[in-house]
Ligand binder design. Structure first.
Ligand code: NI
Length: 134
């Protein structure tokens, strides 16, 4: 039997969608107003889901304090109130929310060993959201 635990975090960040693979005109065509040179911001909601057995001793899938500590340190502190385009991981990667989702999934998978990461879901606006799962 597998149990799931999900938790949400909020972070605000700016980005500009611009691909070095395209000309300026093509970038404007592909990304529209999201290609505005001055960038724009989002209040992202990042949801993470972990799975595993319910530990017989603690009664938990994973300790929320461990999840919160990791997420605060590695995700929220890193991205909150930042310009995503200036982050090292987006130096050669367009900071779309698909890519942000993928990078957050990669960071958690690589660094958090207390439970299995099932899914990262990011709400960019109330109308669009993105998910990465293995
Ligand atoms: Ni945007």
């Amino acid at each position: 039997m597998k149990a799931y635990l999900s938790r949400r975090y909020r972070l605000s960040a700016a980005h500009r969608l611009h691909s070095p693979a395209y000309s300026d005109a093509k970038n404007r065509e592909v990304y529209g107003k999201c290609n505005n040179p001055h960038g724009h911001g989002h209040n992202y909601i990042v949801e993470v889901t972990f799975s595993g057995p319910v530990d017989a001793a603690t009664g938990m899938v994973v300790n929320l304090a461990d999840v919160d500590g990791f997420m605060r340190r590695e995700i929220v502190d890193r991205f909150d109130h930042q310009n995503l385009n200036q982050q090292a991981i987006f130096e050669h990667l367009v900071p779309t929310t698909e890519n942000l989702c993928r990078e957050i999934h990669r960071i958690i998978s690589a660094g958090f060993k207390h439970a299995k990461l099932e899914r990262v879901r990011i709400e960019e606006t109330s109308n669009n959201f993105f998910e990465i799962s293995e």
